[in-house]
Design a protein around this ligand. Sequence first.
Ligand code: NDP
Length: 283
Amino acid sequence: MSDQNFRAILTGSFSTPCKDNPTGAMIEAAWESDGTNARYVNCDVKPENLASAVAGAKAMEWVGFNCSMPHKVSVIQHLDGVTDAAKLIGAVNCVSISDGKLTGDNTDGKGFLESLKSVTDPAGKRVLLLGAGGAARAIAVELGLAGAASVAIASRDVSKAEEIAKLLAENTKSSASALPWDGDIDVPEGIEILINATPVGLGDAEAMPDVNVETLGGVEIVADVIFNPPKTRLLRTAAKKGCTTLDGLGMLVNQGVIGVEQWMGKKPDAQVMAEKLKEIFGA
Ligand code: NDP
């Protein structure tokens, strides 16, 4: 019998639309560099086909898959279980398949935290989070679990911010508050980390979240979840004010690393992944 192995390890992503998702290109660059025989298939899956896609991944013995919009919540009903973080966040973006059992995790916040830790330890820090959607919720939970002193969440719909603040207050030691966001928001005195977790800036280098830039000066770190383009107007403005800035590329790389490690027990090369993204986005 031949000792050659023509069977690739299979992974991928289910979302729609999916054509702008660079995760597969990023992860496959790492596998190519270290000779791993694995594939990441970026699949356009409509909501009515999610159950079949999940069953297909299981039938074909994929080791796992990512879920992006609009499946992060609806995928949960097709899984055997979720991690504590995913349960708290209420959404799954990474599913591992082992012995035919599907387990969902949420790596959005973990990926962001890894990136943030490259510039500061969030423990004991005072944070202002802009936005109250899925990314904000995941980041808020991980900040709370990492021991941030306080997390203020600003949202146009303050009830969504209140929901996240309640989640943090009930499940972490961080103090949490909700701020209404109507027009240019003043960054409150004492905030050390400001995070844009809205889509403002995605695909538009000139778009700027409604922030009073005169109040940015005292902030130590300004971070953005936006990875395309990486140098958002918020980050460029903050850098001019003397803040340390953190773009969304690190979050994207880190969640890829975490996912692959969960699926295959081996970390892909983060440096190769970051270089691939810089090549893709011309950063
Ligand atoms: P959601 O749609 O779940 O949430 C978006 C949030 O932003 C909502 O609170 C929404 O408020 C708010 N928002 C939207 N537009 C504005 C605006 N003009 N002014 C103020 N608030 C606004 O999206 P996600 O949380 O899933 O994603 C947010 C961004 O994060 C996306 O651009 C996504 O690409 C990026 N992301 C990046 C990742 C990375 O790896 N770098 C990983 C995951 C996400 P309202 O309810 O009032 O509309």
